[in-house]
Design a protein around this ligand. Structure first.
Ligand code: NAX
Length: 327
């Protein structure tokens, strides 16, 4: 029998975790033969609610779920972790300045980055879901000097999958038929959902869609604003779909993907994107946590200017949290 993989989930009493944990326990991330241990981190105030979630996990009698640790201590939560889902974050409170929200989150991710660096496996892979996801991933990584930069990614997979669903509806194709789609930039409304390279069953999607008005005035804004659209309809933010995206992000990262997927990763300067900010880019995952950014695709002026706008926002976020970045 395989040794259990250790998965840490933060914000474990929250809405996204409530979908995510049960799917992890049923083997949807690593497959039906891979046992897992869960280590769940929450704020002290939420420990009782988390106990309730643990009781439900027990009641699921999941054959693959070997052990559960519940804690409000980061070092205990990240101990020997193979994979971490950094979901817990502090939402902007009423009337709070965006800069203050960024700083509060930066403090959380600074502590967690340090802790991961200290106690997790050296091969640990971390996905940041909690917002502002890109900047939080940057903070965590900068505070984890012994962990490779490429081991911290920000989740833009929900944006990616939202876009695939809109495209498949528009051209009446299967989601699996679509490839070479990309989300660029920040996980925010400045993101750039980029259809310019996309193919549908090998044919150029732009030609099949033949509707620039739809692309620029419906598709792009809809994907950018989809989070708000869900909140307006549901009265709560996306949770089950976010959990699904987090699971796919990790599964593809660990097991590989033959198509393009979008992930927020540390820029090495490709396409003129400033180094050192975590930007969404198209990548291919080769398995075992290895991935390659899709390089040298032609970039139109239109695409470049949309990407730059989102990178400007990331640089602004970075400047707001600069005190929490080590030199
Ligand atoms: P909830 O408020 O339901 O849950 C968050 C949980 O995190 C709470 O239980 C809270 O106690 C906990 N928490 C806060 N600070 C913590 C800390 N320092 N350590 C451990 N736990 C901590 O939010 P939920 O709906 O689950 O969303 C979680 C995060 O995901 C939010 O930041 C949200 O904005 C973000 N999202 C990101 C998405 C993405 O695509 N990247 C999409 C969905 C979602 O909006």
């Amino acid at each position: 029998e395989l040794q259990p993989a250790t998965i840490t989930v933060t914000g474990a009493a929250g809405a996204i975790a409530y979908s995510l944990l049960f799917r992890l326990a049923s083997g949807e991330m690593l497959g039906k033969n891979q046992p897992i241990n869960l280590r769940l981190l929450e704020r002290t105030e939420a420990m009782q609610a988390l106990q309730g979630v643990v009781m439900e996990l027990q009641d699921g009698a999941f054959p693959l779920l070997k052990n559960i640790v519940v804690t409000d201590d980061a070092d205990e939560a990240f101990k020997d972790a193979d994979y971490t889902f950094l979901v817990g974050a502090k939402p902007r409170s009423k009337g709070q300045e965006r800069g203050d929200m960024l700083k509060e989150n930066a403090a959380i991710f600074k502590e967690q980055g340090r802790s991961i660096d200290r106690v997790a496996k050296s091969s640990v892979l971390s996905v940041v879901v909690g917002n502002p996801a890109n900047t939080n991933a940057m903070i965590a990584s900068y505070n984890a000097p012994n962990t490779p930069r490429t081991s911290f990614t920000a989740m833009t997979r929900l944006d990616h999958d939202r876009a695939l669903a809109q495209i498949s509806k528009k051209v009446n194709c299967q989601v699996e038929d679509i490839d070479r789609f990309a989300i660029w930039g920040n996980h925010s409304s400045t993101q750039y959902p980029d259809l310019s390279h996309a193919t549908i069953r090998g044919k150029w999607a732009w030609d099949l869609i033949k509707d620039e008005d739809w692309i620029y005035n419906k598709f792009i804004p809809r994907v950018q604003q989809r989070g708000a659209e869900i909140i307006n309809a549901r009265g709560k933010s996306s949770a089950a779909s976010a959990a699904d995206a987090a699971l796919r992000h990790m599964r593809d990262w660990v097991l590989g993907s033959n198509k393009w997927v979008s992930m927020g990763v540390c820029s090495e300067g490709w396409y003129g994107i400033t180094r050192g900010v975590w930007t969404s880019v198209p990548v291919q995952c080769f398995g075992d946590g290895k991935f390659g950014v899709i390089r040298d695709i032609p970039m139109s002026k239109e695409s470049a200017s949309r990407i730059n706008k989102s990178i400007d926002e990331l640089l602004q976020e970075k400047s707001m949290v600069k005190d929490l970045l080590p030199n």
